[in-house]
Design a protein around this ligand. Structure first.
Ligand code: ADP
Ligand code: ZN
Length: 314
């Protein structure tokens, strides 16, 4: 049977039907209504599900959603969807699709599971799947299995501290990887250093941008040789490398996949990342780790959500 996959993000809701082998055979999406109340958000989801034409017999429902959430119960409180604070998303979906498993996880964890199941992490026994975008997150696979952690948040590398003297983070701490390497944080640092955006970059309609001074623009300016933009990319890349080194040393990883908008900056980010990583893993088992771009792109969220049901990962 097909599995229904649901991917809830701050900019879009995506739903799809996924074959047991991970192929997405049908998909629909809708823009997330901004500032909407709980029932309006739910109607948006049921509307997009109606368009998908879900068959009567499905293997189950897999859901990826921005955190935080209670897990595995699946009462969600996505940070940029005020109307869904404490919303029983898993329960509501279970009511609509009775008799089949409904599993939910943090969206970053779903991306990691997707890369492990069908992407750049295939066959890896010990990997961290990272996403570097508006936030920084990740999921951890050890012994070939997804690690949930006590509250479903294992692998959340975004709040690993890379500089105790660093900038304040949305979590209330200081110097977290996310505070330094998230797209908007990167752009803010560059602006504070006197960067003025030069590159013309077309906007991708579905994605919310953080004003005109975006990380995407910063990457384009860095590619054109702007020294402040280059320094900003280097700073973020090094922070990523330092955090990854700690994760590798802690978990004996053989692979790290890096996805999300920032990963599209390529060598501008991966160069300094590798350099910092190698400085901190010079000897011993950690030397062998490989860091590669995520390979699944747009469909990864749906593939990972489906994997919660199909690949049997929690
Ligand atoms: P979301 O955070 O909504 O999941 P993305 O994964 O696209 O979306 O991440 C958005 C962030 O990635 C923004 O900060 C954006 O400026 C940045 N970004 C998008 N494309 C690029 C690029 N080619 N190079 C560097 N940064 C990029
Ligand atoms: Zn933090």
């Amino acid at each position: 049977d097909l599995t229904l996959a649901v991917d809830i993000g701050g900019t879009k809701f995506a739903v799809g039907l996924v074959e047991p082998d991970g192929r997405v055979v049908a998909a629909e999406r809708a823009a997330t209504p901004q500032g909407a109340d709980a029932e309006t958000l739910w109607r948006t989801l049921t509307g997009v599900l109606d368009r998908l034409d879900v068959p009567d017999a499905i293997a189950g429902v897999g859901v990826g959603c921005g955190g935080p959430m209670t897990w595995p119960e699946g009462e969600v409180s996505p940070l940029n969807m005020g109307g869904w604070r404490g919303f029983p998303l898993r329960g509501r979906l279970a009511g609509r699709f009775p008799g089949v498993p409904v599993r939910i996880h943090n969206d970053a964890i779903c991306l990691a599971v997707a890369e492990h199941w069908r992407g750049a992490g295939r066959g890896s026994a010990a990997m961290l799947g990272m996403v570097v975008s508006t936030g920084v997150g990740g999921g951890l696979i050890l012994g070939g299995r997804l690690i949930d952690g006590g509250t479903g948040n294992a692998g959340h590398i975004g709040h690993v501290v890379v500089d105790p003297e660093g900038p304040p983070c949305g979590c209330g701490g200081y110097g977290c990887l996310e505070a330094i390497a998230r797209g908007p944080g990167l752009a803010a640092w560059a602006l504070a250093q006197g960067w003025s955006p030069k590159a013309e970059v077309t906007r991708d309609g579905l994605y919310q941008e953080e004003g005109t001074a975006t990380a995407r623009r910063l990457a384009a300016d860095a590619a054109a040789g702007d020294p402040i933009a280059l320094a900003a990319m280097t700073r973020a890349g090094r922070a990523l490398g330092i955090a990854i080194a700690s994760a590798v040393n802690l978990c004996d990883l053989d692979l790290v996949t890096v996805g999300g908008g920032l990963s599209q900056a390529g060598d501008l980010l991966f160069g300094p990342l590798e350099e910092a990583l190698r400085e901190h893993t010079r000897m011993g088992f950690a030397e062998r780790v490989r860091v590669v771009p995520a390979s699944l792109g747009q469909e990864a969220g749906l593939v990972g959500a489906a994997a919660l049901v199909i690949a049997g990962d929690s």
